[in-house]
Design a protein around this ligand. Structure first.
Ligand code: ADP
Ligand code: MG
Length: 696
């Protein structure tokens, strides 16, 4: 796979190779990310205009676009340059006027010779009760009627680029498109009735009606599938690469796991047991594990992670668990250390705060294998951190990690198995797009005995009532979080808002009752604020969204979120997930500032309706659209030109299994279909995949 296949050269050449397209236009098109004929090809019409010839304009309801045969009547040359030039025309039943501003008479005489027949097409409007068509889009002789497409595609535009130009340029690009060997699985193609690649492009650029423009039109579905398939093939290649690396077979004895399970006051849920079994099978296999554990807040991912880490220890090795923040790392430490102690396993924490002698001692204990499980922040992967025999890396809450970073992580240590945990339930189509190279375990069941959280919307005007109620709740021994608004994603402003709320609540409830935690506090202060709240010393914890993920204080049963309308749905769901963890009935109060936008209302309504994170995620996708849901740059989620993850979600699933099936049969992509798939990868600029094939 040395270079781009020759058949694709023209499509990747200069845009100016297209007829009638010069340097200046090429520059303008760059604003639409069109720099080569290939991009032109994948820029599909977003609308269409019906230009079927009708007998008369009489029955149409202006304003609308009509196409009609007319006899040209008198030209009315304006007396002044500021007045329009008018031409009366008559169709089979009525007369109307063509109107031209700043027109040149000689040009119009030639275009519309009096007494002759022409077919004209344009937008008709009523002006003083008379039909007018200003600057018709098309004027042709009756012989040339076919030059006006019965249904004209409408392309996205940028300043200085016209529909005519886009039409011509896309035709030019279509002429350049070579027929390509089929990369789609034959039976799939037949079952779906999809056209081949070139025919699909031709059809997508020549819609015959509005339904051809829909995301469900076969030509478009096929082209969308091509994009998804190329993406999934890249992920499947990455997966194959991972699995091919020599792994270590780590087989647990169950001894340590049993000690922990025996000491727990509850039984694992069926979903937890299933996930542990999947992980343990991966660990025991000779290839590398690359698995995602997805579970809603409170679904009990920590226990699954611990079991996995214990298997690593049972098998004679070490495990590491990395959290995105110091707070979460400490919390894991607090939750896991007593359990590890039950199993007689040494578990320690390493973060950026470890310095000097203490750090050196920990590093030495790690290198000798005395520390069997390490919990920490990114610090656990610093260069000078050496493990004695690292078998498993668990990455917690890393939904913002891209594929590339995950692969780097796997490169640490000899043959480390990787388990990524995410508490952000995302729609299946997105998780396939984002984590498609991984195997998936889902905790789709919550531990029993949870009391549902009552969610209520309260206008900010009533904040005094909320404070009064809170006072009563505190008197009953309950604890509350109070989350302050996220203002323009700026930590400094967040901090001020939180600080002010902290002061006002302290004034209301008294000294020592209210705590404060935000991202810019010195770490030690943050920890002690968290610790005081967890211990029940402080009753109210004012916070910014630093408490969003993972934080676990079961006695806290009230969550107040200020300016809830400014938060995203997923984030609100995460925040609410901080309560409802104990046996007491919990409440979530969403304080909003009226008036709310329609989407904000919809978001908050969904939140009131359900606590099912996966359902909330699907709704979020429907409201926001895929592009918005995850920061594209960090997520490694590509921007698709044609595919629409919202409406074509099911296709992603098919693309994944088809891509994996193709690689299973033809790992080096050498069969005829494999070779065709390589061309697709080049066509879709899946550089990473191409590199993977070259090294493989
Ligand atoms: P997650 O990380 O998925 O949000 P956690 O692992 O923090 O969830 O678990 C949430 C709470 O549920 C913890 O207090 C934990 O002890 C408890 N828990 C976990 N598994 C079970 C279970 N099978 N039955 C009852 N409680 C459980
Ligand atoms: Mg957790």
């Amino acid at each position: 796979m040395t270079g781009r296949p020759e058949v694709l050269f023209p499509l990747f050449g200069a845009l100016t190779a297209l007829k009638g397209l010069g340097d200046k236009t090429a520059q303008l098109l760059e604003h639409m990310a069109i720099t080569r004929p290939r991009d032109m090809l994948f820029t599909l019409p977003q609308g269409g205009i019906d230009r079927q010839v009708r007998a008369s304009i009489r029955d149409v309801v202006p304003p609308c676009t009509v196409t009609v045969a007319v006899t040209i009547g008198a030209h009315h040359v304006p007396a002044s340059k500021n007045r329009p030039y008018r031409v009366t025309v008559t169709d089979s039943e009525t007369s109307f006027q063509l109107v031209f501003f700043h027109a040149r008479g000689d040009f119009l005489q030639r275009l519309l010779p009096e007494g002759e027949r022409r077919i004209i097409s344009g937008r008709i409007e009523l002006f003083d009760g008379i039909g007018q068509m200003a600057h018709p889009d098309h004027v042709v002789t009756e012989d040339a009627a076919a030059d006006i497409p019965a249904f004209e595609p409408v392309y996205p535009l940028t300043a200085g680029v016209t529909q005519k130009l886009m039409y011509r340029a896309t035709r030019g690009a279509l002429d350049m498109a070579p027929p390509l060997a089929e990369w789609i699985d034959g039976p799939l193609l037949t079952r779906e009735g999809w056209p081949d690649w070139k025919a699909a492009l031709q059809a997508a650029h020549a819609p015959q009606s509005t339904s051809d423009l829909s995301a469900l039109a076969v030509a478009r579905v096929r082209l969308a599938y091509d994009e998804l398939f190329a993406h999934q093939l890249t992920l499947a290649l990455a997966r194959q690469q991972m699995r091919r690396k020599p792994g270590r077979a780590t087989v647990g004895t169950g001894v340590l796991q049993d000690r922990v399970l025996g000491a727990l006051p509850y039984k694992p849920t069926a979903a937890q047991s299933r996930s542990v079994a999947e992980i343990s099978a991966d660990l025991a296999a000779p290839h590398r594990m690359n698995r995602l554990l997805q579970g809603d807040v409170g679904s009990g991912k920590t226990l699954v992670a611990l079991m996995a880490l214990l298997i690593a220890v049972e098998g004679g090795g070490q495990g590491v668990m990395m959290a995105p923040t110091e707070i979460l790392a400490r919390q894991h430490l607090e939750g896991l250390q007593p359990l590890a102690a039950l199993a007689g396993v040494r578990l320690e924490i390493l973060t950026g705060r470890d310095k000097g002698k203490e750090r050196a001692a920990k590093l030495a204990a790690l290198a000798s294998g005395e520390i069997q499980i390490l919990v920490g922040t990114h610090a656990v992967f610093q260069k000078d951190v050496h493990f004695h025999d690292l078998r498993l890396a668990v990455v917690d809450e890393q939904h913002r990690f891209g594929v590339a970073q995950r692969m780097e992580l796997g490169a640490k240590g000899q043959a480390v198995d990787v388990l990524v945990m995410t508490a952000t339930p995302i729609p299946r189509s997105l998780s396939l797009a984002q984590f498609g190279e991984m195997d998936l375990s889902v905790l789709d069941e919550k531990p029993p005995g949870r009391t549902p959280v009552t969610t209520a919307l309260v206008s900010t005007d009533r904040v005094d009532e909320v404070i009064a109620k809170l006072r009563g709740a505190i008197a009953e021994g309950r604890q509350a979080y109070w989350v302050c608004p996220l203002v323009e994603e700026s930590e400094t402003i967040d901090m001020t808002a939180a600080d002010q709320r902290f002061k006002s609540l302290r004034a209301a409830f008294g000294e020592g009752v209210v705590g404060l935690v935000h991202g810019q506090m010195p770490p030690a202060e943050k920890d002690s604020a968290m610790a005081l709240f967890a211990a029940g010393e402080t009753k109210v914890l004012v916070a910014t969204t630093v408490i969003e993920v993972g934080v676990n204080v079961p006695n806290a049963s009230i969550m107040v979120i200020e300016r809830a309308e400014s938060f995203g749905l997923a984030q609100l769901h995460q925040l609410r997930g901080r309560v409802g963890r104990g046996s007491a009935a919990s409440t979530c109060l969403l304080l909003y500032q009226a008036p709310m936008s329609e989407t904000a209302q919809r978001r908050l309504a969904i939140l009131r309706e359900t606590e099912d994170g996966f359902r909330i995620a699907e709704e979020d996708l429907a409201i926001r659209g895929a592009g918005d849901m995850i920061g594209t740059a960090q997520s490694g989620l590509p921007r698709f030109r044609i595919a629409d993850l919202e409406r074509q979600a099911a296709l992603m699933e098919v693309a994944q299994s088809d891509a994996r099936a193709l690689l299973a049969m033809d790992p080096a992509l050498e069969s005829p279909r494999g070779k065709a798939a390589r061309v697709l990868l080049w066509l879709m600029e899946q550089d990473r995949a191409i590199r993977l094939i070259s090294v493989g």
